[in-house]
Design a protein around this ligand. Structure first.
Ligand code: SF4
Length: 312
């Protein structure tokens, strides 16, 4: 999505009273227009967040610190070997340098950890590392192995990423140790989730192995947010696709730039109703639900708080 496509969306974003735009990747900083996009969104009164793998953050730390209202970096290992094993890249030091670089320029990033079999023993080490890197916060999210849309899957495949049944007792001990040793970090909000919320990650992996029900999900994200993909495809959330032709800014074949119109097509409205009624299977196993009180739906501050609690 280039600057021209984002510019065409501006009237729609204004009409919808949009308050906050999250630029997400992969690595959005590889988009040659990233700075111009962030600038134009800010100039139009929007808050702009960056969610990044951190691969290019050290290169652009000064500029990113100036242009974004918040930065979150995905970091899935506390050492080079674990990072390489999970990401397939030798980039641990580079990502850490990006986090430090943004902090040096006055924008300490949040760190988001996707908890999985290769790193669950490192939970306490992530908290220590986040402090050493001068991060603003650390948050934990279970790796999504149950949602049929994660990794483009369509079958019931359970990947090696998930904890195995024999890992669960050890994960329980790890969680207990984090609760005991980092009580102050929970209290201060440095660890974004509450101890109870971290225990949902354990329950999620237990549910994958039919040892527990999935943790209950409460989510109204599609009522106040939407996802626009790089090709202009509009979705109610990251996990549920809209119709293939529900898209904006897809150049010549469908010059439709009105996000309001796309979001309020009959099929998109019906999709949101189905989500509200609990009729979508994706929601049952979702690792990334987000609830926001209706009274606060117009408040970016409330969204900021809820989103960090939900670990993006
Ligand atoms: S629970 Fe998950 S899948 Fe369902 S609407 Fe919320 S974010 Fe989307």
């Amino acid at each position: 999505m280039d600057l021209a496509a984002v510019t065409r969306l501006l009237p729609s974003l204004a009409a919808l009273h949009t308050e906050l735009v999250l630029l997400s990747g992969g690595e959005p900083l590889l988009n040659p227009d990233w700075a111009a996009i962030a600038e134009i969104l800010r100039r139009h009164g929007l808050q702009v967040w960056l969610l990044t793998s951190g691969l290019a953050l050290s290169k652009y730390a000064a500029r990113a610190a100036k242009l974004f209202d918040a930065i979150t970096v995905s970091l899935d290992g506390t050492d080079a070997g674990t990072y390489r094993a999970i990401r397939g890249l030798d980039a641990f030091d580079k990502v850490c340098a990006g986090i430090r670089g943004a902090a040096d320029h006055g924008m300490p990033p949040g760190i988001r950890v996707t908890v999985q079999r290769a790193n669950y023993r490192q939970l306490p080490a992530f908290v220590v590392l986040a402090k050493a890197l001068r991060a603003r916060q650390v948050s934990f999210l279970a790796v999504d192995v149950a949602n049929p849309h994660a990794f483009g899957r369509t079958d019931d495949f359970v990947s090696d990423l998930a904890l195995k049944p024999e890992d669960l007792p050890e994960f329980e001990q790890v969680l207990r140790a984090v609760e005991q040793d980092h009580a102050e970090d929970f209290r201060s909000g440095f660890i974004a989730e509450s101890p109870q919320k971290l225990r949902r990650i354990h329950q999620y992996f237990a549910a994958i192995h039919a040892q527990a029900p999935y943790p209950p999900v409460r989510c109204n994200a599609p009522e106040f947010s939407a996802v626009i993909g790089a090709t202009g495809r509009v979705q109610p959330c990251f996990f549920i696709a809209g119709a293939a032709d529900a898209r904006v800014s897809s150049a010549t074949e469908n010059p439709q730039y009105d996000l309001d119109d796309v979001l309020n097509r009959q099929d998109m409205t019906q999709l949101r109703t189905a989500i509200q009624m609990g009729a979508r299977r994706e929601c049952t196993t979702c690792v990334c639900s987000l609830w926001r009180d209706r009274s606060n739906i117009g408040s970016a501050a409330a969204f900021t708080k809820s989103a960090s609690e939900a670990a993006t």
